[in-house]
Design a protein around this ligand. Structure first.
Ligand code: FES
Length: 101
């Protein structure tokens, strides 16, 4: 299932957008000129990672500071707390994410 996230010009360098799709929140980050999509909820207590601070490839959860690599979904604090990653595409100025069926 393909989901529209936002217009690409709404995602400046070092920023993020998230969308809620049924029970799933997905966050898209722009860093290093690239777009990356991962699960949008922190594995600790479900804070929105799109509200976190981005430094390079790492986003820091705004609640208690867990860190995630947005390029892989890996949690740098707790190895079990792996987030899913999703394919991102930009077409005609719109950012899309492909979710599994
Ligand atoms: S909710 Fe993210 S670190 Fe606690």
């Amino acid at each position: 299932m393909r989901v529209r996230i936002c217009n690409v010009n709404e995602l400046g360098e070092g920023s993020a957008k998230s969308v809620q799709i049924l029970a799933r929140r997905v966050a898209v980050f722009r860093t290093g000129g690239q777009l990356y999509a991962i699960d949008g909820d922190c594995k600790h207590m479900k804070a929105s990672l799109a509200a976190g601070e981005i430094n390079g490839a790492v986003v820091t959860c705004p609640m208690h500071g867990w860190k995630y690599d947005v390029t892989t979904g890996a949690c740098l604090n707790e190895p079990w707390a792996q987030l899913r990653t999703y394919e991102v595409a930009v077409e005609d100025g719109v950012v899309w994410v492909e979710l599994p069926a």
